[in-house]
Design a binder for this molecule. Structure first.
Ligand SMILES: [Cu+2]
Length: 284
């Protein structure tokens, strides 16, 4: 082997070795991408021009790295792989449901490649993660954080949703914020803009339904995410004025985790509901 090639081979090996050491020394390598303030405001916003509604953008990392998207904006956002106009893009990662202000979503990139992503609610928000195999990445991450604890999925309830529940006095609150799991049985649009969803609760939550759920809802818990659809019922219109829910409801048959207020609906024989819903996510 000629000397020059041998030297560069040794040098490359050292680079790979050094990179591995760094990765192992700090544990899992994690990078943060911030969702910029005001990113949801308009397709002509500042961050759209400067291409940093997701910052840094693009982000170059190595395989095995975790990216944590942090929502520093005031409104909720989504992170979905692929381009916004590409309906058939195979989804590599998906925040499923909204990342609320201050919350995070994370994904570990196992395979090398160039990954476009976007916010499904604000299609002008686009970004790219470039994942190189350990040996060929030469760029230095703009922002690197180490020893990041796995994100605790803290289930919280958005109390402001109550501003969008019409006639809230018909609901008797039993638990202001409760998380349950189960399988979606049916989804129906209602005139008040809500969805009426029947959820077959997992065994450990089966005590949350009552005789009215059995009598009128096949024993299923009722889920009511508010202001999902166009309101045609007159007395419900004001509750959804200038407000549209950012929740994405998974199709029926999905096993989901749901967080919201656990109530009894006094107008319907006091059957049990989660109403309003703060989050609903597919369990993988
Ligand atoms: Cu967004």
């Amino acid at each position: 082997m000629p000397n020059a090639i041998r030297t560069s081979t040794i040098f490359l090996s050292l680079v790979i070795f050094a990179t591995l050491i760094t990765t192992f020394a700090f544990g899992q390598t994690a990078y943060e991408i911030d969702i910029s303030k005001g990113a949801g405001f308009s397709a002509y916003g500042k961050c759209v021009t400067t291409k940093n509604c997701f910052y840094p953008n693009p982000l170059s990392i190595t395989t095995g790295s975790t990216v944590i998207w942090r929502n520093t904006d005031k409104v909720g956002h989504f992170v979905v792989s692929g381009k916004s106009n590409d309906n058939n893009a195979e989804s590599v990662f998906d925040s499923h449901g909204v990342i609320r202000s201050g919350n995070t979503f994370q994904f570990t990139f196992v395979n090398a490649g160039t990954y476009d992503y976007h916010c499904s609610a604000h299609p002008w928000m686009i970004g790219q993660v470039i994942v190189g195999s350990v040996s060929n990445v030469t760029t230095t991450p703009i922002k690197q954080k180490t020893d990041v604890q796995p994100t605790q999925v803290k289930q919280t309830c958005d109390a402001t949703l109550w501003n969008h529940v019409y006639h809230p006095q018909r609901l008797k609150v039993i638990d202001p914020c409760k998380t349950v799991t189960g399988v979606i049985q049916s989804i129906k649009k209602e005139a008040d803009g809500d969805y009426h969803i029947q959820l077959k609760l997992d065994a450990q939550f089966s005590n949350l339904v009552n005789s009215a759920n059995v009598k009128y809802q096949h024993g299923y818990l009722v889920l009511e995410p508010v202001c999902q659809n166009i309101v045609t019922q007159n007395d419900a219109k004001s509750a959804c004025l200038n407000y549209k829910s950012m929740l994405t409801i998974p199709p029926k048959g999905n096993h989901v985790t749901v967080t919201g207020t656990y109530v009894l609906d006094l107008q319907h024989d006091s059957w049990a509901e989660i109403h309003p819903i703060s989050s609903i996510q597919i369990i993988h």
